[in-house]
Design a protein around this ligand. Structure first.
Ligand code: C2O
Ligand code: CU
Length: 461
């Protein structure tokens, strides 16, 4: 802890110390109000942490709807800076996508914005701030958005949302206020020193032997990739990023969840009565408990049969792959990297000049948003984007507005996703049907990477 950082924090604290903006809505949609709050994040004995949360809660309130419902929420900005809400993974009309300057004006402090859209797909989604995202999401502005199947929901005993997150805390349990450290942005991003599940470092939930749980894993961290495994739980992957798999996939090894990704699991508790089952996180030096499920009692004598697939969501066929337009995209830059060409704010420049402007990464030779989209697609067109990651870091590539499939090495199609984790130096390819009109971001969900160059957009129609 340096004095400089402490005084910087003091300034920050004054900024977030404004009284929450609260006003009872006479009528209309329920309010969702981002504001500063205090939360006991660190263990007892440490001070409570000043966070920013939707309605002051951490994670934000779980918004729960039924497939086909209409979500209506009035954002009332209780922060002292602009904000917006992005509904990650939902196929929204473009004007509801929550991207400042691209789909709406940022909502000023004290101002309001009404989000209203139908929910076509069942599954596990999330919502988060999309203005100054490294800081706003990093301080806690995110929450789960769960859409229940209109019919054909799986037979389970409990439905458990697990929001995996990490925090960079000082020794006084304050959130480290420097969200733009070059050292983090040019490397793997802001990795916290304090890991939580549903904002608890000791998340625990009692279960019974042979119960079947639906676990909805959501990675809301700024940059951390979570490798996790099941302990005392026997499970199947049934959906990625909200979208059901054609067949449940037996979990046989570790699961990797990149920033913004979700995995839905059906798991049977197979640990004995009195034991502790759980989700474990694999770390460099072993295993850490991410969520624990103490087993108390036995629900039945025998286990259920293996699960059937979740009911499919509508219209996700990606056709015409062979004749699809291909728009190759190279990712360059970062620490130990280089860029072959770079343009930023409409100017061509060298890597050195970019770095001076706090830009460390390029997508297709560009840092930050440009006037021209990466691709302008016709309505209904299939677009392929072969991604060449020429950096030594992983990137969580997220497309707004439409899910894509990965085109696998052998030409087969991977599962529907909205965020693809592309490893260091990897070559991967995605394909999507441009069927949602508007301007959509395509960016890295390591939020510090996005803020330092990794932002592109596609235009549909
Ligand atoms: Cu969840 Cu543009 O992001
Ligand atoms: Cu990245």
């Amino acid at each position: 802890m340096t004095p400089t950082r402490r005084s910087f924090l003091a300034g920050g604290a004054a900024i977030v110390g404004l009284p929450p903006f609260a006003r009872a809505a006479a009528s209309g949609p329920s309010v969702i109000a981002p504001r500063a709050a205090r939360h006991q994040l660190a263990p007892d004995g440490y001070p409570a942490t000043e966070i920013w949360g939707y309605d002051g809660a951490l994670p934000g309130p779980e918004l729960r709807y039924r497939q086909g419902d209409t979500l209506r929420r009035r954002l009332v900005n209780g922060l002292d800076q602009p904000t917006t809400i992005h509904w990650h993974g939902i196929r929204v009309p473009n004007a509801m996508d929550g991207v400042p300057d691209l789909t709406q004006d940022a909502v000023e402090p004290g101002a309001e914005f009404e989000y209203e859209f139908a929910l076509p797909d069942a599954g596990s989604y999330w919502y988060h701030a999309h203005w100054a995202s490294p800081e706003q999401v990093g301080r806690g502005l995110h929450g789960p958005l769960i859409v229940d199947e209109a019919e054909g929901a799986p037979d389970i005993d409990a439905d458990v949302t697990l929001v995996l997150d990490d925090w960079l805390l000082t020794d006084q349990a304050e959130i480290d206020p420097d969200f733009a450290l070059p050292m983090q942005m040019s490397h793997g991003g802001r990795i916290g020193n304090f890991v939580t599940t549903n904002a608890r470092y000791d998340f625990s939930r009692e279960v019974q032997k042979y119960q079947r749980l639906r676990l909805r894993l959501i990675n809301s961290a700024n940059a951390r990739i979570f490798p996790v495994a099941l302990d005392g739980l026997d499970g199947w992957i049934v959906a990625y990023d909200g979208m059901p798999l054609d067949q449940p996939e037996k979990v046989s090894s570790e699961l990797v969840i990149g920033p913004a990704q979700r995995i839905d699991l059906l798991v049977d508790v197979v640990a004995e009565d009195g034991a502790i089952a759980g989700l474990v996180r694999l770390t460099q030096d072993g295993r850490a408990v991410q969520a624990s499920f103490p087993v108390s009692g036995q629900a039945s004598l025998v286990r259920r049969k293996a699960p059937s697939p979740l009911p499919p969501n509508p219209s996700h066929t990606i056709g015409a792959l062979a004749s699809a337009r291909s728009v190759p995209m190279r990712i360059e830059g970062g620490a130990m990297g280089r860029v072959s060409r770079a343009s930023f704010e409409g100017r061509e420049m060298g890597f050195g000049d970019m770095i001076d402007r706090g830009q460390y990464w390029t997508m297709a030779g560009q840092a930050g948003l440009h006037d021209a989209p990466l691709v302008a697609a016709d309505m209904g067109e299939t677009v392929r984007i072969p991604i060449a990651n020429d950096t030594v870091f992983a990137h969580a590539m997220h497309l707004h507005g439409m899910h894509f499939r990965e085109v696998l090495q052998d030409g087969a199609m991977g599962p529907m996703r909205d965020t693809l984790l592309v490893g260091a130096r990897e070559r991967r390819e995605i394909a999507f049907v441009a069927d949602n009109p508007g301007d959509w971001l395509f960016h890295c969900h390591m939020l510090g990477h996005a803020a330092s160059g990794m932002m592109q957009w596609v235009r549909v129609g």
